[in-house]
Design a protein around this ligand. Structure first.
Ligand code: C2E
Ligand code: CA
Ligand code: CA
Length: 692
């Protein structure tokens, strides 16, 4: 910081020294001048005295001097007399020497005899005096010869004073030497005093000012300290505020980006299937809507292809949802990779996928795409030790033609897919308007089935099961029949899946169970003792928590012997019901037998099956059908037989229509047979008539 005190000290010091340096000599000069004037005045007065009192001898001497030599003058008695008079006048005065010059500059008189005769014609003082002006000169002399002896170290003032005659003409010049040593000494002393005084005054002034300045500096420093502190505080506050702002800013940014992320995640979730990462239903619908608007304007054609996996439910039920999910992800990847013509692929949910093809030029092009989709399933899907062959059904609807709205196009593609499914695994089908009529029929059928039970349109038929070796009746499978006044004889294949979808199967299944038991007991009571009767169970029935209670109630009501009752479950039923193991144990505890229906078509884990309290495996009719025709089917039957033997299961083959099939099965040790060969499912009366 600018040091005021130091600055002040320095500047003041310089100024004081300057002031002292100027004032001292100035004062000295003034004093000397004054002193000189005083002394000169005295010299002039003295000269006047000399002139007045020594006029006569002086004039005589002057007159004598003219034309005389020096020696004469020195030894002139007039000069000696004058000398005595002068000395008397000088007595007790400060005049130490007197000299008189004539107009020619010759020294006519001097208190120092030796100087008489000297010429002063060139002396400036003399010349001035000759012009009428008195001049003086102060000099310091190491020594000067005075009439009283020699003086050392004296200050003398020599004045040249004109001697003015009667006619005012200058007749000569007096030179008086006055000893001014005491004056000069006095002057010197006072000069010192004055200097000291000035210095003291200045010093005091300086000191006072210094104090004031220092105080001011203190105040300033204090102020500055405060200002600095305030500034520091401000800086700290600003820094803190900046920090805070930065933090808030980054926090805000963080929040914003978090929100943005959440938003984009939400957006992503809103439009994507979280499992497969494909677009979801909503996304597809919006895209299709847009396409319809666009393409509708430009007159372009579109195709919607509905894809449904054929056996996915079984896989999911038997291998578990984990594998099911993995499989869906793999299928999604496969479809995305293999299918080139797709403009958009989405997952609608479950095992349903859908895709959109834009700018369709011909139906052939769409067919090609459908084949490509089905071709994506040619290779098996691998999961650890599992290798699964899957197939899919593809239903296709076209725009324009098969609908104008998203809803219509999707629904019709779905309908076409059902038709493809009905044709067997791995098929595709274009939508036709009849399909809608079929679908309408299904809906109508459902409504009719709802009332069928109350209206007594349902009945239970029985199909015999015989011992392979003897052909003896060992049991019968109860199969529901529906004789509708509106639809005629409806086969279970066409209404059981619908009953399962609608939940009607629960009431229906329980009714069949009750009816079968009632029939069995009635027969037993009337003398026809059927060894065993089998009833099919739907997963929907088994899933009901009250199922065991209902079953026990039926057994109770009808008086049915549980040991004569067999329940047929498919693999998928067993796998789907969460606590199926405990449930089957309870059935087993009741004395009921259990058979695994449609065996070979599912994906059950054998180690799991082994733990289940199941007595019988039912080889699916589709394999039996292949006997003598399809070595693969025969191989499967052989494997099943071996498996069953090793695990201690009894085996019954269904769908046995020919002797050859029966012989093949007999040879492998299949204990029981069921099929048209031994009898179709027939009404109870007919059954009894045939088998009693
Ligand atoms: P399923 O349990 O596999 O029943 C065997 C089916 O094969 C029966 O068809 C039967 O009539 C038929 N069948 C028997 N022998 C032969 C044969 O030699 N050749 C041929 N081609 N077919 C034969 P149905 O009665 O039409 O029943 C079809 C399916 O409906 C049954 O298959 C069963 O899954 C289901 N179902 C029938 N009744 C009921 C029921 O009361 N409850 C439940 N939950 N499902 C039932
Ligand atoms: Ca069955
Ligand atoms: Ca079966």
């Amino acid at each position: 910081m600018f040091n005021l005190s130091r600055y002040f000290s320095t500047v003041s010091f310089i100024l004081i020294v300057l002031a002292a340096g100027v004032l001292g000599p100035l004062y000295r000069q003034l004093s000397l001048q004054q002193m000189q004037e005083l002394a000169e005045g005295r010299n002039v007065a003295m000269a006047q005295v000399f002139e007045n009192s020594l006029r006569e001898p002086l004039a005589a001497l002057m007159a004598d001097a003219l034309g005389r030599d020096v020696e004469f003058l020195r030894q002139s008695p007039k000069s000696a007399a004058l000398q005595a008079s002068v000395l008397e006048l000088m007595h007790n005065t400060a005049v130490v020497k007197v000299k008189i010059y004539n107009r020619l500059g010759n020294t006519v008189f001097s208190t120092d005899q030796l100087q008489i005769g000297e010429s002063k014609l060139d002396n400036p003082g003399f010349r001035s005096a000759m012009r009428g002006t008195t001049v003086s000169e102060l000099t310091h002399r190491d020594r000067i010869d005075s009439f009283e002896g020699t003086l050392a170290e004296v200050d003398v003032l020599a004045s040249y004073i004109p001697i003015v005659g009667k006619d005012h003409a200058v007749e000569g010049v007096f030179e008086l030497y006055q000893n001014v040593t005491p004056f000069v000494a006095q002057l010197q002393r006072s000069l010192w005093w004055v200097t000291a005084g000035v210095v003291v005054v200045f010093a005091l002034l300086y000191l006072m000012q210094f104090l004031v300045v220092r105080r001011a500096q203190g105040i300033l420093e204090d102020q500055e300290g405060r200002i600095k502190a305030a500034r520091d505080t401000l800086e700290v506050q600003v820094a803190a505020r900046t920090d805070e702002l930065k933090r808030t800013n980054s926090q805000l940014e963080g929040e914003i980006s978090e929100r943005r992320q959440a938003q984009s995640k939400l957006n992503y979730l809103a439009y994507h299937d979280p499992l497969t990462g494909l677009a979801n239903r909503r996304c597809f619908i919006e895209r299709l809507e847009e396409s319809l608007r666009e393409n509708g304007r430009h007159g372009e054609r579109l195709a919607v292809l509905f894809i449904d996996l054929d056996q996915f439910k079984q896989v999911n039920d038997s291998l578990g949802h984990g594998v099911g999910d993995e499989l869906l992800v793999a299928v999604a990847a496969r479809l995305s990779e293999h299918v080139r013509l797709i403009d958009m692929l989405a997952r609608l949910g479950g095992d349903e996928f859908i895709c959109l093809m834009e700018a369709v030029r011909s139906e052939d092009e769409v067919e090609m795409l459908a084949r490509e989709i089905l071709g994506a399933f040619d290779q098996p899907f691998k999961f650890g030790d599992h290798e699964l062959f899957l197939t899919a059904a593809v239903g296709i609807s076209l725009f324009p033609g098969d609908g104008d709205s998203v809803l219509e196009l999707m629904r019709n593609a779905d309908t076409a897919m059902y038709r493809a499914k009905a044709q067997g695994r791995g098929n595709f089908h274009f939508y036709t308007p009849e399909m809608t009529r079929d679908a309408q029929v299904r809906i109508r059928m459902e409504n009719l089935l709802r009332r069928a039970q109350e209206n007594g349109e349902l009945s239970v038929h029985l199909q015999p099961q015989v011992e392979t070796q003897s052909g003896k009746l060992v049991g019968a499978e109860a199969l529901v029949r529906w004789n509708s006044p509106e639809l005629g004889e409806v086969m279970p294949m066409s209404f059981i899946p619908m009953a399962e979808d609608s939940g009607l199967i629960i009431g229906l299944g329980n009714w069949v169970l009750r009816e079968t038991c009632r029939q069995f007991v009635q027969w037993r009571d009337s003398g026809f003792d059927l060894p065993q009767v089998s009833v099919n169970l739907s997963v929907k029935q088994l899933e009901r928590p009250e199922f065991i209670d209902v079953l026990e109630q039926i057994l109770d009501e009808t008086g049915m012997d549980p040991t004569r009752l067999k329940l047929e479950l498919t693999e998928s039923v067993v796998m789907a019901v969460s606590d199926s193991f405990a449930l089957l144990e309870r059935l087993r505890d009741l004395g009921i037998s259990l058979a695994l229906d449609d065996f070979g078509t599912g994906y059950s884990s054998l180690s799991y099956l082994k733990m289940l309290p199941i007595q019988q495996l039912k080889i699916d009719g589709s394999f039996v059908e292949g006997i003598g025709r399809n070595p693969g089917d025969e191989a499967i039957i052989r494997t099943v037989m071996e498996l069953a033997r090793s695990m201690g299961f009894e085996v019954v083959a269904e769908g046995v229509e020919t002797e050859a099939q029966a012989a093949f099965l007999a040879q492998l040790g299949c204990e029981q047979l069921q099929g048209y060969l031994h009898g179709r499912a027939v009404a109870p009366a007919e059954f009894r008539a045939r088998w009693s």
